[in-house]
Design a protein around this ligand. Structure first.
Ligand SMILES: [Zn+2]
Length: 446
């Protein structure tokens, strides 16, 4: 989880002739990991001079591995100096327990910190801008100048930074102290993950010096907070079709005697979703009564829209079934050559009729029954505005009002409702907004 701390990372400056695949190979990471860390939706589009954050690169040993043959008179100390590393690192890398045992002709593995001929690796820190921070504060925190950060990040106007922005801190201190420029009574405020992105949830945590009543808005919707005694949480769903860009987040803290508002621009990034065309033969297009489709969607929306104050989910969710994913969340859909105006609102899993479906997290069943479009459907309320839905089942094993624990068998995969084959459509809504359920299996909220 991003806690606002700087993390020590490797920054790769793209050189002429390089592509993302080569860069990923070089650092032993995946193209996807680099793309995600840098908000790259099209991996072919990188440019010379671009600074890429390399997530998970082994930062303890960056550079190119070379071998060094120990010469007479050399010690770990002199060799370390030669390569810009430390004797401790050299010893560790070569499993040397006793430095006096070093012998001439011994072959040592060394990582050159700054290999000659390629100035493409920088040591630095990446700081993710937190709500309430200014460039001045960030510079103070890392003991560098505003100008140095501005220059390293191509910032011409230092007042234009935003929450979620990733800043390269040149030569930054690795252990910064946490400070944020927040109005009283706010003590800390974190938003994760940053940047927020289309079709994914963001968790908010606000700590205050005194108990407050909180209200907030983001992307024209209410932020509903839970918690108390100075520590408050919210989970917010960003709509899958929301325009990427900067959106103001406003949170008002009411102490009873005064009201203070935090306003912060928060970046919403492109979700990187694909596109698909779906052709519905004319004889099937008129099969369903549009009024019935609409009323069913409305009923499901109202069942999945409330805010239960009890949080039943805890930690990352499990997967609801063992089958493989056959269709991802968020794919933009065009029907019969029309505009890409809708998207896939859940994740589809394959699996034969009768394959078990398990609750991915604890909750209370709020609906279990037969629907026309969604077939045999189950909806679980996980609290704090988080709901999951399971469509097209062959059988359901739970009833409305029933508490289910994480991992409990709730139904079986089927082909009921409007489907072309047996599958489970798994849906997750936060504050009534459909978000990618798979995000919830990787990250934990709040
Ligand atoms: Zn589906």
């Amino acid at each position: 989880m991003a806690q606002g701390g700087g993390r020590n990372v490797t920054i790769h400056v793209v050189q002429r002739g390089e592509n993302l695949f080569r860069i990923a190979m070089r650092y032993g990471v995946t193209v996807e990991a680099i793309a995600q860390a840098n908000g790259i939706t099209d991996p072919r589009r990188i440019y010379v001079g671009q600074r890429l954050i390399i997530p998970g690169a082994d930062t303890s040993s960056p550079g190119v591995p070379v071998t060094h043959v120990v010469q007479p008179g050399e010690t770990l100390f002199t060799i370390a100096q030669l390569y810009g590393t430390t004797p401790g690192r050299l010893a560790e890398l070569n499993h040397i327990v006793n430095p006096d045992s070093l012998y001439v002709g011994q072959v040592l593995t060394v990582y050159e910190e700054n290999p000659s001929g390629t100035a493409s690796i920088q040591r630095g820190t990446v700081h993710v801008v937190q709500p309430g921070e200014t460039l001045f504060r960030i510079a103070m925190r890392y003991g560098v100048t505003v100008e140095a950060i501005a220059q390293a990040n191509g910032i011409t106007n230092p007042t234009l930074i935003y929450a979620g922005q990733q800043l390269v801190i040149p030569g930054g201190d690795e252990t910064p102290e946490l400070t944020a420029d927040l109005p009283w009574p706010a003590l800390s405020f974190t938003v994760h993950p940053l940047p927020a992105s289309q079709g994914r949830a963001v968790g908010l945590r606000l700590q205050t010096a005194v108990p407050v009543e909180l209200s907030g808005t983001f992307m024209d919707r209410q932020i509903v907070f839970f918690g108390g005694d100075g520590v408050y949480y919210a989970v917010f769903g960003v709509h899958a079709m929301a325009e990427p860009g900067l959106y103001p987040m406003m949170i008002t803290m009411n102490t009873g005697s005064e009201s203070v508002t935090i306003t912060q621009s928060v970046q919403v990034a492109d979700g990187g979703y694909g596109y698909e065309e779906i052709d519905i033969p004319p004889d099937r297009a008129g099969l369903l009564d549009p009024e019935l489709v609409r009323s069913e969607a409305e009923m499901v929306a109202s069942l999945m829209a409330g805010y239960t104050p009890t949080r039943y989910f805890d930690g990352p969710m499990g997967l609801p079934t063992a089958g493989s994913v056959t269709s991802m969340f968020g794919t933009r859909r065009s029907y019969n050559g029309g505009p890409y105006s809708s998207f896939h609102g859940g994740v589809d899993f394959g699996g034969g009729v009768g394959a078990p479906i398990y609750a991915p997290a604890a909750g209370v069943v709020v609906f279990s029954g037969q629907l026309t479009v969604r077939g045999n459907a189950t909806i679980i309320d996980h609290g704090w505005g988080v709901y999951t839905g399971y469509w097209h089942q062959s059988e359901t094993y739970v009833q409305a009002g029933q508490f289910v624990s994480a991992g409990q068998l709730i139904g079986a995969i089927g082909a009921s409702g409007l489907v072309t084959g047996a599958h489970l459509h798994w849906e997750l809504r936060v504050g009534g907004i459909q978000v990618d359920p798979l995000q919830w299996t990787r990250e934990s909220f709040p």
